[in-house]
Design a protein around this ligand. Structure first.
Ligand SMILES: Cc1cc2nc3c(=O)[nH]c(=O)nc-3n(C[C@H](O)[C@H](O)[C@H](O)COP(=O)(O)OP(=O)(O)OC[C@H]3O[C@@H](n4cnc5c(N)ncnc54)[C@H](O)[C@@H]3O)c2cc1C
Length: 163
């Protein structure tokens, strides 16, 4: 495992592909200070494209989407602070504050927080069965919803055939 030398870390906010790639690139370029990656989601950083494909169809396990193995972060001394949201950045104090109360003083800061789905604002957009798909957790909800639709159609077809 690498031994970081600088006290105040390079803090990366956002545990998506951009944040992880930045952390990896820092180590690849020989940066030997502390690297802290703060991500709102509980899971190890993962890629999103499989959420709407193999993962939604239940063809692959959730760890299929993992960007890197847990050992990668250990080996490269990338400190993960997951399941916590950065709520405030104080550039004068060079500090980020998280919802949990955890604070990180930083030497350098990268904000890689990605985007959010645009919320549908049309009549009926609050009806049950309308879902947004951006996270692993939302993928589970969508998959359950799709499977209940499949079950409905299966029963509808069976009912028609039996009549
Ligand atoms: C369902 C789905 C399918 C997709 N399919 C494709 C595809 O087939 N091909 C393709 O090219 N692209 C696809 N994309 C787009 C692609 O996934 C994005 O371009 C990519 O994820 C962007 O990476 P990112 O790291 O910039 O942002 P994100 O992946 O959004 O990561 C940002 C991270 O920052 C975290 N974060 C946000 N705010 C805070 C905060 N305040 N504190 C701490 N953490 C925070 C978020 O929780 C998230 O984990 C898809 C996206 C989705 C949602």
């Amino acid at each position: 495992m690498r031994r970081p030398t600088v006290t105040n870390p390079y803090v990366i906010v956002g545990g998506g592909v951009a944040g992880v790639s930045a952390a990896e690139a820092l180590r690849g370029a020989g940066f030997d200070g502390r690297v802290v990656l703060v991500g709102e989601e509980q899971e190890y950083p993962y890629q999103r494209p499989p959420l709407s494909k193999g993962l939604l169809r239940g063809e692959v396990a959730p760890d299929f989407a993992s960007l890197r193995s847990p050992a990668f972060y250990e080996t490269n001394a990338i400190e993960l602070h997951l399941g916590d949201r950065v709520t405030r950045i104080d550039p004068r104090a060079r500090r980020v504050e998280c919802a949990s109360g955890t604070r990180f003083e930083y030497n350098k800061l990268l904000v890689a927080t990605g985007g959010m789905p645009r919320v549908l604002r049309v009549p009926g957009s609050d009806l049950p069965g309308i879902h947004y798909l951006r996270t692993l957790a939302q993928r589970s909800v969508c998959a359950r919803s799709c499977s209940s639709i499949r079950t409905f159609w299966w029963w509808a077809v069976v009912s028609l055939v039996v009549r």
